[in-house]
Design a protein around this ligand. Sequence first.
Ligand SMILES: NC(=O)c1ccc[n+]([C@@H]2O[C@H](COP(=O)([O-])OP(=O)(O)OC[C@H]3O[C@@H](n4cnc5c(N)ncnc54)[C@H](OP(=O)(O)O)[C@@H]3O)[C@@H](O)[C@H]2O)c1
Length: 314
Amino acid sequence: MRAATIRDGKIVVAEHPDPEPGAGQVLVRVHAAGLNGADQAQLLGLYPPPPGSGVPDDIPGLELAGEVAATGPGVTRFAVGDPVMALVAGAGQAELAVVPERQLMPVPEALDSPHDGAFPEVFSTAYDALFHQVKLRTGEHLLVHGAAGGVGTAAVQLAVALGARVTATVRDPDARSAVAALGANVIAPEECAPGGSYDVILELVGGPNIPTDLRSLAVGGRIVVIGVGGGFAAELNLIELLYRRATIAGTNLRTRSPEEKALLARQIERYVLPNVSAGRLRVPLAAAYPLDQVADAYAHFAGGGKIGKIALTF
Ligand SMILES: NC(=O)c1ccc[n+]([C@@H]2O[C@H](COP(=O)([O-])OP(=O)(O)OC[C@H]3O[C@@H](n4cnc5c(N)ncnc54)[C@H](OP(=O)(O)O)[C@@H]3O)[C@@H](O)[C@H]2O)c1
């Protein structure tokens, strides 16, 4: 099979042996696979697959969609030909991928290719962050920092579907109307000032925002840190933290066990996919590139200024 492959710090297309499904595993013929910040970090040698995951460290890709090509012993839920998608620990950007059956989700009819391949990572991340880590509730006010990308556009839509009030920062003026069309009140990052009104802040940019985030929280407010591309470190005024009875959470999906990923997949099926089928959630796709143009796809992602996701097609 051919796969996006890391060779000497560059992303290229290379041949690999076809993987074979073991017990409880499914071989997926991949049609589309989304790009994520983790792939960029892996390319730079900063974010290898978790130890023990069994995933090759030279094929990136945390999400995929395609059809079942073969099943290993003990697989009961999916059969050859079924359309499936999944969050994986790596090696998703390949013509063939082996996935534990319980990590697979069915692809709803409303989600066509290549949008399906760009769905699992960002919607799972946003769902888990908002509803598990900081328990966003209907009527609460959410601020999403860095909202024009994959996780941000997913989070805005999930929160709007819940009935939360959503404010979103978008630094590219050309991207603001698209995020507003998802239901957010969009502002420039520099318009964020300490104000005391946000119940939840989804931090996709990182350290430099944290002091203002803390001073912008309502009493009982929660910050959940997902992305740190803007910087790892932040100085905290603990008086602000305790005065607001605030919580700062951080989370990560890649290092979770297959069992935890399976549990999240069941929750996405139960609570998120019906909203996709009802047309309330969609995957904004900035561009799709055939595998042969994988270097262009990675350069587009790294260049920023996009709305939503970038996908590879196979
Ligand atoms: N913890 C986890 O499990 C997890 C899971 C998924 C993603 N992440 C991380 O979360 C972050 C967001 O993911 P994503 O998929 O949404 O990435 P993305 O598609 O690249 O979007 C990132 C967004 O943040 C904006 N941004 C980046 N740096 C900024 C800065 N310094 N100031 C203001 N805006 C900035 C970008 O704007 P421009 O387009 O103008 O650059 C873009 O709109 C990434 O860092 C990613 O690695 C973490």
